[in-house]
Design a protein around this ligand. Structure first.
Ligand code: BGC
Length: 383
């Protein structure tokens, strides 16, 4: 049974979400009223999920970059940036309709919670109590479970600030959801700046000690979605070490040097240059960022020669999951294109997988009275 004080904390959390979302709405209304330059925030109905209305927001910055985000799953539905000739293309995998997302998909563009990547055997012990989570990936828990944050409808409000245009999404995850302890109030903010950055910020509070590892699961192809594989993209990862995994893709606990292995992207290399040597069908590994997390630092740079597009990723997280769409197999068709193996890459900034069971990894525990705050910035330009 919930105690009186935890009810209070939970109500306070709800109030926080409502206040932030409402603040966003007011800013949005003002903004829509006074169109300024080419920047805009608009919204349109996008269907229904679980009997709830889903909305699709479009953020356009003053340079014409355009992000579309929906309230179902906090999903980045599309992201258009110019190539070196100034021609816009959508560089993210996804679908044109909500119905296609509802049929199931491998987390295209999704907000992932409560835990990005895997928790071994779907259980962990915190403060002497064992918690059993929903198991949805063999014997393991992946990306928040059966109904993770990617499958719930978020409250939302668009806004404008001095930096650009944005969308705030709020969700309160109930105590016990997918097996996790604590009522957790979360806010995810997408901000598309006029400096051509997509900043994704996460905030959360809880009324019971819990574990948390939020991320975004966008599948990128800098040549344009569906325009071939990403093996020719050049990647730099600011990571001297990675976490080797067992057959269930659970880290063994070792932090291994990338030196002399196909995992070494410390100097920019084509993604495909050594991918055949990776025995699990491509990259699906968590890299340990040299920054150690806690302060903003460059984590990755990706360059696609044909279009000239560059994406830099800066984050305060200690790790990044590099995934090369190994499970895409052509059965995924979206936005008018077929998505074959390696047609996209993901760089999911996060804590290391299975951290709740690995006391030697940086902690993912959030306690009442603490605030979870993290930011990842995607910076776009051409060369
Ligand atoms: C994981 C992959 C998984 C994919 C889901 C990635 O973050 O590392 O193992 O298959 O998400 O589509």
């Amino acid at each position: 049974m919930r105690t009186g004080s935890s009810v209070k904390v939970w109500l306070a959390a709800l109030a926080v979400v409502a206040a932030v979302v409402l603040a966003g709405c007011c800013e949005r209304c003002k903004f829509q009223a006074k169109e300024k330059g080419k920047m805009s925030v608009t919204k349109e109905p996008f269907g229904q999920a679980d009997g709830q209305a889903v909305e699709l927001y479009t953020l356009t910055n003053k340079n014409g970059l355009r992000a579309r985000i929906m309230t179902y799953g906090g999903i980045l539905v599309s992201f258009e940036t110019p190539d070196r000739q100034g021609k816009l293309a959508d560089i993210t995998l996804g679908f044109d309709t909500l119905e296609e997302y509802l049929k199931g998909h491998p987390y295209f563009g999704a907000t992932i919670g409560r835990y990005g990547n895997r928790i071994g055997k779907g259980k962990f012990t915190l403060d002497g109590v064992e918690y059993k989570l929903a198991v949805n990936n063999g014997p393991n828990h992946l990306h928040g479970g059966i109904k993770g944050f990617d499958k719930v409808v978020w409250e939302a409000g668009g806004f404008e600030n001095g930096q650009g245009v944005g969308l705030r999404l709020g969700y309160v995850s109930k105590d016990g959801e997918e097996g996790y302890p604590g009522n957790l109030a979360c806010i995810v903010t997408y901000l598309l700046t006029n400096e051509d950055e997509l900043r994704i910020s996460y905030e959360a509070t809880t009324d019971k000690a819990t574990v948390l590892n939020l991320t975004n699961h966008t599948y990128w192809n800098l040549a344009g979605q569906g325009e071939g594989d990403i093996l020719g993209h050049e990647l730099m990862l600011a990571a001297d070490r990675y976490t080797p995994v067992d057959e269930g893709l659970i880290p063994t606990g070792e932090l291994r040097s990338v030196k002399g292995t196909p995992m070494d992207f410390t100097k920019a290399m084509e993604i495909g240059s050594r991918i055949q040597q990776v025995d699990i069908g491509g990259y699906d590994h968590n890299f340990v960022l040299n920054s150690g997390g806690g302060t903003m630092a460059l984590a990755a740079t990706v360059y696609e020669r044909g279009s000239g597009r560059v994406m830099e990723i800066h984050t305060d997280q200690p790790g990044v999951q590099f995934y090369t769409g190994n499970f895409l197999d052509g059965s995924n068709k979206g936005k008018g294109k077929v998505y074959n193996k390696h047609y996209a890459f993901c760089l999911e900034t996060q804590h290391l997988p299975d951290s709740p069971n690995r006391p030697q990894f940086p902690s993912v525990v959030l306690r009442p009275g603490e605030k979870y705050e993290t930011v990842t910035v995607h910076r776009f330009y051409t060369k």
